[in-house]
Write a protein that binds this ligand. Structure first.
Ligand SMILES: [Zn+2]
Length: 384
């Protein structure tokens, strides 16, 4: 009986330990850091008419849209490869003075802000990349419109800050080169408060409501349009998400989201027009197949200290973490072990006591018998 209980306990403990190990081994991966660049974001607005309603038609009209390194993609967090050697991104010249102003343009596909080439990505890639423009992708109140998705979930909107390799003359030339473009992308979610930095653009929306209209807005710190935390990002090789779909973009998607108010998002969703007075909305391309490409992550998605602590200083919402139950699992594993060993100790003690008691009983009986023998033997002997 005691042996059976002991075996049962051992099995229980072993199960718990194994379960804990399988959990943690799937939460973090390591990888190497190579990534060829490809592709890039829309370099000009002179292409033929294309629309988001029939994205399959892009494939016949634009050869590159059929490629195997297309964007956007779904970022499957459990498959992203943690690469601790990915260099941190360092921006320079993003803090613009209000003059000269920046051109805000409704090109019929998006809302685009032209940026000066004095803004650049100084570190993070093999070369320096210069800014050219930023633009947005969005949906409607009912349909979230980010282009990239995280574990198949869309965010309400997405910002793309487009840069080109400084070794090329301009965006148009770089857009056709393998290492031509670097786009910094951020997910835009809904928060409780107005985002005053986004308001610097959104307050001018009504001035560009008609397709091909422009307006000038004062310069400001463009860095504030991106998440506070630029250290956590995903990286992969992809393409422009609009025709001609050149596969020349080195993509960086930040993990932390930016938030704007519901009202601000609604303004983006409902103000701009394209073509014959149609609403410019749902300007996002469907996720494309990876075709074996790898998505790198600059951070570990494991439940450990960094995912719990890093969020606090950003003041922003973080994307859902892959394993949030890790701490709980660890605690319950500890508890089970403690209980098991406690029980084992008590049972061993009981077993030992029982054994000792039996032994003592047996011993005293033998002793008694012996004593009887001693007593009676001589008597019988004497009788004999
Ligand atoms: Zn874009």
């Amino acid at each position: 009986m005691l042996l059976k209980l002991f075996i049962l306990l051992l099995l229980l403990v072993q199960d718990q330990v194994l379960a804990g190990e399988t959990h943690s081994s799937s939460s973090e991966e390591d990888g190497s850091s190579e990534h060829d660049d490809d592709e890039h974001e829309k370099s000009s607005s002179h292409e033929h008419r294309w629309g988001y309603e029939d994205q399959e038609a892009w494939r016949s009209a634009y050869h590159d849209c059929n490629g195997k390194s297309q964007s956007p993609i779904d970022i499957e967090t459990s498959k992203a490869i943690y690469d601790r050697s990915l260099p941190a991104i360092k921006l320079d010249g993003y803090d613009l003075t209000d003059q000269p102003g920046l051109k805000l343009h409704n090109n019929g596909h998006t809302l685009q802000l032209s940026l000066p080439s004095s803004m650049r990505i100084l570190k993070g890639f093999d070369e320096i990349y210069l800014a050219a423009q930023l633009h947005f992708h969005w949906g409607t109140i009912e349909v979230p419109g980010s282009e990239h998705t995280i574990d198949n979930v869309h965010f309400p909107a997405e910002i793309h800050v487009v840069h080109y390799n400084s070794k090329y003359a301009d965006l148009a030339e770089a857009a056709r080169k393998k290492d031509g473009l670097a786009v910094l992308g951020g997910f835009i979610g809904i928060g409780l408060h107005e985002n005053e930095n986004y308001e610097k653009i959104l307050s001018a929306l009504t001035d560009v409501s008609i397709e091909e209209s422009n307006t000038m807005i004062p310069g400001f710190n463009i860095r504030h349009l991106l998440p506070n935390n630029l250290e956590k990002f995903y990286r992969y090789n992809g393409s422009l998400t609009t025709p001609p779909c050149f596969q020349t973009v080195n993509w960086t998607m930040f993990n932390d989201t930016i938030t704007v108010s519901r009202r601000q998002l609604a303004a983006l969703e409902k103000t701009l027009k394209a073509g014959q007075n149609q609403l410019l909305s749902k300007n996002f391309r469907a996720p494309q197949l990876l075709h074996g490409r790898r998505v790198l992550a600059s951070f570990s998605a494991s439940p450990s200290v960094d995912s719990a602590n890093t969020n606090t200083f950003t003041g922003e919402k973080s994307l859902p973490k892959v394993k949030t139950s890790g701490t709980f699992d660890d605690m319950s594993k500890g508890d089970v072990l403690a209980i098991a060993f406690g029980a084992l100790f008590v049972m061993t003690l009981l077993g030992f006591s029982a054994y000792a008691y039996q032994q003592r009983k047996k011993y005293s009986k033998i002793k008694k018998d012996t004593r009887q023998n001693v007593i009676y033997k001589p008597a019988t002997k004497e009788e004999v």
